[in-house]
Every structure is written in structure tokens, then in C-alpha cells.
Design a protein around this ligand. Structure first.
Ligand code: BG6
Length: 520
């Protein structure tokens, strides 16, 4: 091949954007008796069937310890679907067809006999593609990921040498609890398969509006030109939740907001908002840019962490008129716990595009509203003309990407109030997903499962992404270690977080813009 041909081929591969075909497959769910299977995975697969997105044929095997028959499992799942399907009523025809593909494999994850049984089930399938195009969904404790991979490999069900990467492992967070454990887990997995066979889920990446961040940024000339330090004053990313920690307090005591939300969801959203354009939409090119962005986050010394990152913990209060107990009074929480249920931080990205632009990130439980949004605040216009008549500060223009709920994009700018006076006030232009496209919001798991089935890794987290995110989070957590929360770090349930978070902004002469309940 001559150089010109090679160049053509390279260019063509960069431009190739067609979705991979979804081939006949078998999905094996380990831990199939658990919550995730009945609440998320099966409803998502059922919806893919409903939308005719699944190939013909396919099979779904539930691997779990409890004794039950195929029919028993099907019945259980049908009942759960009644509660958890996003569309009701369940379409019985589709369900009946779908249910025929569900097979139960009663077995113990730690016992090699279970994998022999699994192999026999696979070999009983008539179509050879059902035996080779395999998706292993590890809905188990993370401590079992390595063990399952080792057993699969020993039973010749996971092939490291297979360069078609037909067998894949899908795993869910937490991917370790710090950098060292994440590295250990990753090393454990790549003993039995290639990194390319590992699909790490962050369900935020399955959200339609999160995916739209890249499409929006890289397809709109007007905003693309403004997406840098010249035009942007700062960026705020908020993921707020009305829920407290509830029944998950045991887990949360170990995790805190930093591990539960920042290490994954918040840093993922940040990387999509701030990354450079990839050379193509190929998975590795997109993931390369995300990692590069995470690596450009300015490291902080312990003293800088204490200055730039605040913690918060809720005490008793009310959310929507409903009384909420203090975090320290939740079951399974230590009465003197210093675990953060809220965190806010100021980060800088050390690259040319973002030089000097602060990124403020926050997330918390028991806040007044459940909402996720990115607010890009632009630099103000020189206020020469209006300063004498109005407030000396013009309202800054902003662009808000609402990720959930009321998904949409809002541009805020100043407009003249009708009448003879020269008075301004902020007005908004709104794009709403619902009004434009109808209220069709697939669950994140539907998209993620379909991509994993098709073998497209774009929406999954690569090993170096996970590890880089942990190194950021570890530096913060280490600086906090052994330090008690101060009075300014407590907040009443139902408020927008502790005073310390306000201080963080006020020091820079800025303020948080809280997500608004309705279409604001
Ligand atoms: C999970 C966290 O990953 O994300 C939960 O463990 C959190 O604590 C949830 O509630 C938030 O996801 P969503 O989709 O409700 O914004």
C-alpha cells in the first residue's frame, strides 16, 4: 500500500462512525438474584426487546446460588418488571417472547463446578454465535470480580488470546476504594483478559443528556468559539440529590461523597465538558482525550486541598416538608462520623484552553432538589454604558446544560425591559428535550447494555481513567484524613449545603447558582 492509500485509509477510519452491528449474543449475569438485576438490568433488556433492538437469536443466563427453575426465575422477573419497568403496563407479548430467552444457572460463584455447568448450558445452544459472543455482567460484590474472571478463564470461557475480543466483562463501580486497590483490581482482571474486554460502567455516561455534551460542543460553531479562557469566567457543575443515604448508610460510611460521586460521575461530566476535541469518534480517541483532561487537573498539596475543597455533613432538617434525621442518627452511622455527605471544590485545569478558569464542582445528599447541571458562566461585557443607570454589575451571560430533570439547555442574557426606561434584566432562551423530541427518556442501562453487547467501549471507563480519577480523589481524602469537620461544614437537610461551600465561592467574588425546580 502506498503512502497516499495509507492516508486515505487512516482518514476513512477516522470518519467511520457507523454503529457496530449487534450480533447474536449470550449475556451471563453473575449475581442474578440481586437488586441490580431485577431493578435495572432486566427492565433495560426488556425495553431493548420492546424496541426491537436485540438481535435474533440471543440468550440471557442468570447465574446465582439460590435454587430455582428457569420458570421460577422468569416469574420473579416478570413481577419485578411490574414495579421497575419505565413503561407500564408491561407488553405481555413482548415479555413472553423475551422470557423464552431467559435461562437460570444455579451455581456458586466460588465453585468451579458452576462454570462447568455454565459451559454445558452454552454448548446446548443451537447457534454457535450464542456460544462465542459472550457478555459477562458481574453484578456481584467487587471483591468477587477477580475470582469470577479467574474461574471463567480456567473453564475456557474467557479468552485472553482471542483478538476478536468476543467475550467481555462488564463491571460496576466501585472500582477499588483508592488508587492502590483499583490498580490491584485492574491487574487482577488483566491476568485473565485484555483491557479491551473490560467494560466499566458509569451510569452517568448512559444518560442521554450527558452524551449530548460532546455532540453539543463539537457540532455548534457559535459555542465552540467561546469554549475557552477568553470567553468563560468559570464553570459550575452541580449534582444535587434530595435523598439522604437511607438504607445504604453502611456502604456510605466507607465511601462518602468523594468516593461515591466525585471519583466517577462528577469527574466524568467534567472531562466531557472540558476535554479537547478527539481526532475521531472512535472509542479510544474519545477516551484518550478524557484521560488527558483528567491528567491536566492541577494537583493540590494538602494545604491547597484544605483551601480548595470543602466537606459537608447534614444534620436534621426537612426536605419537601418531610423531616430528615441527621446523618449521624441514620442507622449504621457512627454517632461521631466525619464522613462527608456533601463536597464542593475549586479545580483548575492546567492546559492552554482553561488557563485561569476555575471549575467549581459540588454534590450532596439531602439538598432541596435532585438535579444535575453544568453552568458555563461567561465573562461580563464591559459595563460602560449601563453602570450609571443600573447596578454596577451586569448579570453575566450563562449557558446551562441541564442533565436531569427537565433536560435541556438554557442561554441566559440581558434584555431590555419594555417601556421608556433603559432598564435591563436577565432573560432566557430555552431548549427542552421534552418539547422538542417528546418525553422519551431511555434508562441509562438500556444504552449502556446495548453498547456493551455491540462491543463499543466509548461510554465505558478505561483503566487509566479510573486510576487517574483515583489519584485526584486520594490526594483530597489524604489531606482530610483524621481531620474533624468544622462547624461551617455542617448543613441542615433541605438546604444547599454548608456555609463553607458559600465561603469557597465568596472568596473569589462569585456565588453558586442553584438549579431551579421548574423550567428556570
Ligand atoms: C450512584 C451513587 O452511583 O449514583 C448514588 O452511588 C447516587 O449515591 C446515584 O444516588 C445518583 O445517580 P442518579 O442517576 O440518580 O443521578
Amino acid at each position: 500500500m502506498n503512502t497516499a492509500d495509507q492516508l486515505d485509509e487512516l482518514l476513512e477510519s477516522r470518519l467511520r462512525q457507523t454503529r457496530r452491528p449487534v450480533e447474536p449474543f449470550t449475556a451471563v449475569i453473575f449475581g442474578a438474584s440481586g437488586d441490580l438485576t431485577s431493578r435495572k438490568l432486566i427492565p433495560a433488556l426488556y425495553h431493548l426487546a420492546l424496541e426491537k433492538q436485540l438481535p435474533n437469536p440471543y440468550r440471557i443466563i442468570g447465574f446465582a446460588r439460590r435454587e430455582k427453575s428457569d420458570d421460577g426465575w422468569r416469574q420473579e422477573l416478570r413481577e419485578a418488571l411490574g414495579h421497575f419497568s419505565r413503561t407500564q403496563p408491561v407488553n405481555e407479548n413482548v415479555w413472553n417472547e423475551f422470557a423464552k430467552n431467559l435461562v437460570y444457572c444455579q451455581a456458586d460463584i466460588s465453585d468451579s463446578a458452576g462454570y462447568t455447568k455454565l459451559k454445558a448450558i452454552l454448548e446446548s445452544f443451537p447457534d454457535p454465535r450464542l456460544q462465542t459472543n459472550l457478555l459477562y455482567y458481574l453484578a456481584t460484590q467487587p471483591s468477587q470480580f477477580g475470582e469470577v474472571a479467574a474461574h471463567l478463564s480456567a473453564a475456557s470461557l474467557l479468552h485472553k488470546e482471542n483478538d476478536t475480543y468476543a467475550d467481555r466483562l462488564v463491571i460496576e463501580k466501585p472500582f477499588g476504594h483508592d488508587l492502590a486497590s483499583a490498580r490491584e483490581l485492574n491487574a487482577d482482571l488483566v491476568r485473565h483478559c485484555h483491557e479491551r474486554q473490560i467494560f466499566r460502567i458509569d451510569h452517568y455516561l448512559g444518560k442521554e443528556t450527558v452524551q449530548n455534551i460532546l455532540m453539543f460542543r463539537f457540532s455548534n460553531g457559535i459555542f465552540e468559539r467561546l469554549w475557552n479562557r477568553d470567553a468563560i469566567d468559570h464553570v459550575q457543575i452541580t449534582i444535587s440529590e434530595k435523598l439522604g443515604v437511607g438504607s445504604r448508610a453502611g456502604y456510605y460510611e466507607e465511601a462518602g461523597a468523594m468516593r461515591d460521586m466525585v471519583q466517577n460521575h462528577l469527574l466524568q461530566v467534567l472531562s466531557l465538558v472540558a476535554m479537547e476535541p478527539p481526532v475521531s469518534l472512535e472509542p479510544e480517541n474519545i477516551r484518550d482525550e478524557k484521560v488527558k483532561l483528567l491528567k491536566s487537573i492541577r494537583p493540590m498539596s494538602p494545604a491547597q486541598v484544605l483551601e480548595n475543597v470543602v466537606r459537608g455533613q447534614y444534620f436534621a432538617g426537612e426536605v419537601d416538608g418531610e423531616a430528615r434525621p441527621a446523618y449521624r442518627s441514620e442507622p449504621k452511622v457512627k454517632p461521631n462520623s466525619h464522613v462527608e455527605t456533601f463536597t464542593a471544590m475549586r479545580l483548575f485545569i492546567d492546559n492552554w484552553r482553561w488557563h485561569g478558569v476555575p471549575f467549581y464542582l459540588r454534590t450532596g445528599k439531602n439538598l432541596p432538589l435532585s438535579a444535575s447541571e453544568v453552568r458555563i458562566q461567561f465573562k461580563p461585557a464591559p459595563n460602560i454604558l449601563f453602570a450609571a443607570r443600573q447596578d454596577a454589575n451586569l448579570d453575566p451571560n450563562s449557558l446551562t446544560l441541564r442533565l436531569q430533570p427537565n433536560e435541556g439547555i438554557i442561554l441566559r442574557f440581558n434584555g431590555k425591559i419594555p417601556g421608556t426606561a433603559t432598564e435591563l434584566r436577565p432573560v432566557r432562551m430555552r431548549f427542552s428535550y421534552d418539547s422538542e423530541f417528546g418525553a422519551y427518556t431511555p434508562e441509562a442501562y438500556e444504552r449502556l447494555l446495548l453498547e456493551a453487547i455491540a462491543g463499543d467501549a466509548t461510554l465505558f471507563i478505561r483503566r487509566d481513567e479510573v486510576e487517574t480519577a483515583w489519584s485526584i480523589v486520594d490526594a483530597i481524602r489524604n489531606a482530610w484524613a483524621g481531620k474533624a469537620l468544622s462547624n461551617r461544614e455542617f448543613y441542615a437537610a433541605g438546604t444547599w449545603g454548608p456555609t463553607a461551600a458559600e465561603d469557597l465561592m465568596a472568596r473569589d467574588g462569585r456565588e453558586w447558582r442553584n438549579p431551579q425546580p421548574q423550567k428556570e
